[in-house]
Design a protein around this ligand. Structure first.
Ligand SMILES: [Zn+2]
Length: 57
């Protein structure tokens, strides 16, 4: 798995901690595997679902 180069939208830092996790929805019981990229500088969390980024196009 390759990690795209990304910059924190808040502080423009480019080093992130990567964590795997799941987000569950109370309403429809769907669990989506999610990758969390956590900015090492300000701890801002960028979630990615199944390779799709909501921040990169
Ligand atoms: Zn940051």
């Amino acid at each position: 798995m390759t990690t795209p180069q990304l910059a924190c939208p808040l502080c423009r830092h480019t080093e992130f901690l990567q964590q795997q996790g799941r987000i569950s929805s109370k309403h429809n019981f769907v669990q989506n595997p999610v990758t969390l990229m956590i900015c090492k500088q300000c701890n801002y969390v960028l979630p990615f679902w199944e390779g799709k980024s909501i921040y990169l196009s």
